[in-house]
Design a protein around this ligand. Structure first.
Ligand SMILES: CC(C)(COP(=O)(O)OP(=O)(O)OC[C@H]1O[C@@H](n2cnc3c(N)ncnc32)[C@H](O)[C@@H]1OP(=O)(O)O)[C@@H](O)C(=O)NCCC(=O)NCCS
Length: 306
């Protein structure tokens, strides 16, 4: 019996959760299903395809802009061409927007993971057979927030007091800070960070801590903006003129203390400065991710200048 493809809407969420739960052994996709399948990102509103066999949903794939945000087929329905069918449907959406390249997963602002988990070699090999190349690599760091002596409310308070001694007020941001904070982060850092900050601010309590000086933000850190509920840390940034004074560390600890209320381990996503995290709170594990990309078959050949 062949599979049929259709565009899904939020009414399909429960069935889609079942597929994700069974299919995604490397990521906690089912826990953030609504955000991944139907949530917006700075790239816009996604389109989610579902594959059904005999009326039962067996595969899902979400595409947004030039990113395939998610692709999963129930293990009981694999090796029947369903994954390939979903992949082709997503790629067609991307090529219709005249994008030159499609990428999997690392969609700024709304990503299940910043690439395919390197231990998911079967999927990486499958994508390579479909014409994808391993173009980049990203890392997530794991931090113990349950038994870590460097992640305690006392240390957060001490760090904030030390910052106060340097003239900075470290406190949890409120929704009233939203407009000014987003504008400042937009100018200072840009990208998808203001989007993630807005999402983190909407949590209860807001998942954003800020160091202020003279009424202006000097540093910020957030958690649970992307993958809400999974205890992911980021984004975080200190404006260049305020670096080297322990603000980043104080805000990191404040966020990790928040995360410890619901999780044993925090995941620091898509990291840059590994040494900073190692030094500040210690690292207990690491996840590597492959960024897989494929160039459009409709790319025009470059015409050499005459
Ligand atoms: C990767 C994944 C989506 C592939 O799904 P799938 O439905 O098994 O994929 P396909 O059936 O299209 O392809 C699998 C093989 O079956 C073959 N196949 C069997 N019958 C087929 C048919 N009727 N038509 C086309 N291909 C067929 C394909 O050629 C392919 O062979 P290959 O692996 O040698 O290239 C699936 O393994 C999965 O869900 N993995 C876990 C989730 C995940 O990691 N997703 C990525 C991050 S979100």
């Amino acid at each position: 019996m062949g599979a049929t493809l259709a565009v899904l809407d939020p009414a399909d969420l429960a069935a889609a959760c079942d597929v994700l739960h069974a299919a995604c052994e490397h990521d906690r996709a089912a826990l953030v299903a609504e955000e991944k399948l139907f949530g917006v990102s700075p790239r816009g509103t996604p389109k989610t395809f579902g594959a059904r066999k005999g009326g039962i949903l067996v595969g899902v794939a979400t595409v947004c802009g030039d990113r395939i945000r998610l692709l999963a087929v129930h293990p009981a329905a694999r090796d029947e061409g369903i994954g390939g069918m979903l992949l082709t449907a997503c790629e067609s959406e991307v090529w219709q927007q005249a994008a030159r390249r499609v990428r999997l997963l690392d969609e700024p602002g709304n990503y299940l993971a910043p690439g395919i988990d390197l231990s998911n070699q079967a999927t990486i090999a499958w994508l390579e057979r479909k014409g994808y190349v391993h173009r980049d690599q990203h890392t997530n760091l794991l931090v113990d927030v349950r038994t870590n002596p460097r992640v305690t409310p006392e240390r957060a308070a001490e760090s904030a007091a030390r910052c106060a001694g340097l003239g900075y007020q470290v406190r949890r941001a409120s929704r009233a800070d939203s407009e000014g904070l987003s504008a400042a982060i937009s100018i200072g850092f840009g990208g998808a960070w203001p989007f993630e900050i807005e999402r983190a601010l909407a949590n209860d309590p807001p998942g954003v801590h800020v160091a202020w000086r003279d009424g202006r933000p000097a540093a910020f850190a957030a958690h649970d903006g992307n993958n809400q509920g999974l205890g992911w840390f980021g984004p975080a940034g200190t404006w260049p003129e305020h670096r080297g004074q322990g603000l980043g560390e104080a805000l990191l600890v404040a966020c990790l203390v928040d995360i410890s209320a619901r999780h044993d381990v925090a995941e620091i996503a898509w990291v840059g400065p590994r040494d900073f995290y190692e030094h500040a709170v210690g690292i207990v594990g690491e996840r590597g991710f492959a960024v897989m990309t494929k160039d459009s078959p409709f790319r025009r050949a470059t015409i050499p200048p005459v």
